[in-house]
Design a protein. Structure first.
Length: 340
């Protein structure tokens, strides 16, 4: 039987669930539950690369850095991205190692700090929109804007927050290393939090303060690795039309054309399922993966390249579901399945 491959984008809810404090004990317990499901998929013959979010963790790292800045050196956002890649990678890596051993499977598990190239001229760099970190009073926010150069916005009448750019991912620096480790049989944890944002300058790499959307970056990695499945693990069991309305309806099996029509009609809000649907379409509609630039666009109009969602004649598929439903979803019994 031909082995199938997947990039699994683990949502932040898999480590810090609603109502939890998010301390390390809770995160480790959640990491073990997530690892148990991933190992079950490995036992079923799936070759996997794991990516993950870091929203709550990077917010905590920034807060610690700010509050301790009079005693220790402060950390920039790109360094906090790197630190949380290591933190979350450790929790997932240890959990996966333990679950693999319990299942009688021998497989190396590797966490790889991953840099993602963005463009200094990306329009998002001049128009920060991504809220991060804690809420501030207006006076505190204005002081930070003056002294630290932050961009500040009012957030849902709950206070003021810092906003940073969310530029388009265009290149994964460690792509070849991920591919080589995957080919060797390792279980790779990479691209945490969408990757550490960097730009190319004077022949080298320079970190920038930005946040890359996890699902966009994961879709790029899935295309470049030429995997069969792009799996988005989120807090919903599937995608819904008319979400939380009397006419709500869950989607089981849909085509890319059908879900793109819903996307263009505003069914999936930017702050909720929208980026996941956009990323799903990027994966399915991309040009030949691994042999050209990432061909999705920021405005939702997706480039329909000549390679329409197949790899050597094998149908590509996007699965969106919660982590506990993943085994059933791989058997077609749960989640939302999107194909061309």
């Amino acid at each position: 039987m031909v082995s199938k491959s997947a990039v699994i984008a683990v949502g932040g809810n898999s480590l810090i669930r609603a109502g939890e404090k998010g301390d390390i004990a809770e995160q480790m317990a959640n990491a073990r539950r997530t690892a148990r499901v991933i190992v079950q998929l490995i036992r079923d013959g799936l070759q996997i690369v794991v990516t993950h979010g870091n929203g709550p963790q990077v917010g905590a790292a920034l807060l610690r850095s700010e509050r301790a800045s009079d005693q220790v050196y402060a950390q920039t956002l790109d360094v906090c991205d790197a630190a949380t890649q290591g933190e979350i990678g450790y929790l997932l890596q240890q959990s996966l190692c333990n679950e693999l051993a319990a299942a009688g499977l021998r497989r190396p598990v590797v966490t790889l700090l991953t840099q993602v190239v963005v463009c200094r001229d990306d329009p998002a760099m001049q128009h920060p929109t991504k809220p991060i970190g804690p809420f501030y009073s207006r006076a505190d926010a204005e002081e930070r804007a003056r002294h630290l150069g932050w961009n500040i916005v009012e957030d849902a009448a709950r206070g003021y927050r810092r906003v940073v750019p969310s530029p388009e991912p265009i290149e994964i620096v460690e792509e070849d290393a991920i591919r080589q480790m995957m080919t060797s049989g390792a279980l790779v944890i990479a691209l945490g939090g969408g990757g550490i944002p960097v730009v190319r300058e004077n022949g080298g790499l320079v970190g920038v303060e930005a946040v890359i959307d996890k699902d966009r970056a994961s879709a790029l990695l899935a295309c470049r690795l030429e995997v069969d499945y792009f799996i988005i693990s989120t807090d919903a069991d599937r995608v819904y039309r008319d979400y939380k309305k009397p006419t709500q309806r869950g989607l089981d099996h849909v085509t890319a054309d059908e879900i793109e029509r819903d996307y263009q009609a505003g069914q999936f809000p930017p702050g909720n399922m929208g980026p996941k649907i956009e990323s799903a379409l990027r994966f399915l509609r991309a040009g030949t993966p691994g042999r050209g630039p990432h061909r999705g666009t920021r405005d939702g109009v997706l480039d329909r390249g000549p390679h329409r969602g197949t790899r050597d004649g094998v149908q590509r598929e996007v699965i969106i579901t919660s982590y506990e439903h993943l085994p059933d979803a791989m058997r077609g019994k749960a989640g939302t399945h999107i194909t061309n």
